[in-house]
Design a protein around this ligand. Structure first.
Ligand code: SAM
Length: 322
């Protein structure tokens, strides 16, 4: 097992299945242009082989499939078939939910039981202004079906000053009523926001302000979360729980166990580092050749992690998956 001097190791793998997305969210894509798949994305089989080797070489236990938007990728179904037998403790998926209605049967067949659905507003106009694609009603219909099918659903919302702060309480009520755990994600200095500090500061809403806003309407207490969890969790009596991923206000670098693999075969040990390590060539090599080479790359990837604080990174989220 590869462990660093802070005792960190890779346990959770996030794989970006494609860079393509049917949204162009303001905080992810600066120019609003819809994203397309990269030319050199690996096949479903090669990505799955990468996952298999990473399980062995790094001790990966949980896999989250993300993007881009994973549900737009024709490789999702074959990929899920390939990884189903790898013995992972958990396979989950992060999606904007736009195609959830039509893809749900396939996800259920593949054994997916946990979904994170990104939703930044319940106001149709506000939704369009942030996502710059899709429509709210499709997401809501998908969410209802997912709930009826018994999936465990978390909702991701990025609170943005001047755009959706008025949605924090409606979103919380919406989630509490339906048994979805709402996760507020503090805006991260990624991609264009890492280069444009002013725009970041203008939009950023931190943990303290968020909790103050919620406290005006709900009583809550902090509750437990796994040691390597990214979210702080709060319980509102018997109504439910919400979380805040506060990487600016309360950085979680010290216990980070995440490793990321891009659709083009690059490993990223840290969102905050622009270092990356290519494994696209290793996934076609036999195990006895691939594993030692992969282990050397994993040592470097682990060394890329920040010690304490997330400092931002110029890498764009859609390429390495949020
Ligand atoms: N398309 C999928 C979706 O919308 O969930 C998966 C990819 S998206 C990059 C994953 C998550 O990253 C989303 O919840 C999105 O809100 C979040 N995200 C993207 N850029 C971000 C940023 N700069 N700061 C905080 N969260 C961000």
């Amino acid at each position: 097992m590869i462990v660093d001097r802070q005792g960190r190791r890779f346990r959770n793998l996030r794989i970006s299945l494609t860079a393509a997305c049917n949204y162009a969210c303001t905080y992810c894509v600066p120019d609003g242009k819809r994203l397309v798949a990269a030319q050199d994305e690996l096949s479903a089989r090669d990505l799955a082989q990468g996952v298999a080797y990473l399980i062995e070489a790094a001790g990966i236990e949980r896999l989250r499939i993300t993007g881009g938007e994973p549900l737009v990728s024709p490789r999702l179904e074959p990929f899920l078939q390939e990884i189903g037998s790898l013995g992972l403790q958990e396979i989950s998926l992060t999606t904007n939910g736009q195609l959830l209605e039509s893809k749900l049967p396939m996800l259920l067949d593949a054994g997916i039981r946990r979904l994170n659905v990104s939703l930044d507003s319940l106001d149709p106009l506000g939704f369009r202004q942030i996502a710059r694609g899709g429509d709210l009603q499709s997401v809501l219909s998908g969410l209802q079906l997912a709930q009826e099918a018994g999936l465990q659903v978390k909702i991701n919302m990025v609170p943005l000053r001047g755009q959706n702060l008025d949605q924090v309480l409606p979103m919380l009520d919406f989630c509490l009523e339906r048994g979805f755990e709402l996760r507020f994600i503090e805006l991260m200095r990624m991609g264009h926001l890492a280069r444009d500090g002013r725009s970041f500061q203008q939009q950023f809403v931190g943990l303290a302000e968020l909790l103050e806003l919620i406290a005006q309407h709900h009583e809550f207490i902090q509750t437990d979360a796994p040691v390597d969890a990214t979210a702080l969790r709060y319980r509102i009596g018997d109504r439910g729980v919400f979380g805040v991923i506060a990487n600016e206000s309360v950085p979680f670098c010290r216990t980070c166990s995440r490793l990321r693999l891009s659709s083009t075969g690059w490993l990223h040990g840290c969102l905050s580092s622009s270092n990356r390590h290519y494994i696209g060539d290793l996934v076609t090599r036999p195990r006895h050749e691939a594993l030692p080479a992969l282990q050397r790359l994993l040592v470097s990837a682990l060394a890329d992690k920040q010690e304490l604080v997330f400092a931002g990174g110029v890498t764009v989220m859609k390429l390495i998956g949020g």
